[in-house]
Design a protein around this ligand. Structure first.
Ligand SMILES: C[S@@+](CC[C@H](N)C(=O)[O-])C[C@H]1O[C@@H](n2cnc3c(N)ncnc32)[C@H](O)[C@@H]1O
Length: 269
């Protein structure tokens, strides 16, 4: 968290000293010079302190929450490493990449749901982790990860060593859904894929269009198995919350929220 000057003790001391001086000045103006400024000045001062106090409380809350999330990332990472030892160096997690608590949700669902076909929208560390888990378990589950950026598709592909996992470069393509124009991965690369029973949606990036991930279900609905589990990341964002509402309305999905730092929601029919 970035420290603001008003979160420091030095600022607090300066504010109290400054306010004391201001009160003396206001008193002098009112009773020495006869200007009616004392009460309005005090009212303004109280208002300024209330706004600052509120902002400081907000920052304390954010700070406490980020401490909880930081601890959860360490615990999730330890959990992941207790499950398997990666055979490649893992790229940096968090920020634009998947966070350990999200990756843990994916691995937990792999074990509990035993999918035969996994598709990921948005490749990266999640693809490497899933491919490593599948390899360790000797699984024949087919696993495909889409990426619209050739550079990242290539970088991730180099670290996906399980023969049943594949990173597919799928440039964004224009689609029409219910009369509206959208961009999404070119799903022709999934031509031979059907009965997807685990769909992980962590791409494309939000800058490509409003509700960037909405097209996932309208475009892939024919390819989903009846027992599909859909895992959407970044659900702390308003766009993703709206997407869940739309999908629930259009596809009658159940949804469960997982407490992760970016927000993760698991959905099923
Ligand atoms: C949210 S990321 C996908 C994250 C992926 N599921 C993971 O766990 O890392 C969405 C897209 O960002 C792009 N991307 C990946 N790494 C990136 C980086 N270091 N900087 C910018 N974009 C990146 C890729 O095109 C990726 O498909």
């Amino acid at each position: 968290m970035r420290h603001k000057p008003y979160t420091t003790f030095a600022f607090f001391k300066a504010a109290v000293a400054g306010s004391g001086l201001l009160v003396v000045l206001l008193a002098f103006l009112e009773w020495g010079l006869g200007l009616p400024v004392f009460l309005p000045g005090i009212a303004l001062l109280l208002l300024a302190f209330s706004v600052l106090g509120f902002r400081i409380l907000q920052l304390i809350y954010k700070f406490q929450l980020s401490r909880i999330h930081d601890t959860n990332q360490v615990e999730a990472l330890l959990w992941l490493y207790s499950r398997f030892t990666p055979s490649v160096n893992l790229p940096a997690m968090r920020e634009v990449a998947g966070s350990p608590d999200f990756l843990k949700v994916l691995v937990e669902y792999y074990y509990s749901h035993q999918p035969q076909v996994i598709v990921e929208a948005g490749s990266g560390v999640s693809s490497i982790i899933l491919s490593e888990v599948l390899k360790k378990e000797g699984s024949t589950t087919r696993h495909y990860a889409l990426d619209h950026l050739e550079k990242y598709a290539g970088l991730t592909s180099e670290k996906v060593l399980n023969p049943h996992s594949e990173v597919l470069f799928a440039p964004l393509k224009a689609y029409h859904i219910d009369g509206n124009s959208w961009k999404w991965y070119d799903i022709n690369v999934l031509e031979k894929v059907d009965k997807i029973d685990m769909l992980v949606i962590d791409g494309p990036t939000e800058d490509i269009q409003p509700l960037a991930r909405y097209p996932a279900l309208p475009l892939l609905k024919e390819k989903l198995s009846d027992r599909v589990v859909i895992i959407l990341d970044d659900t702390n964002r308003r766009d993703e919350q709206r997407i869940i509402q739309l999908w629930q309305k259009e596809f009658g999905l159940h949804a469960k929220s997982m407490f992760t730092e970016k927000g993760t929601v698991v959905m099923w029919r």
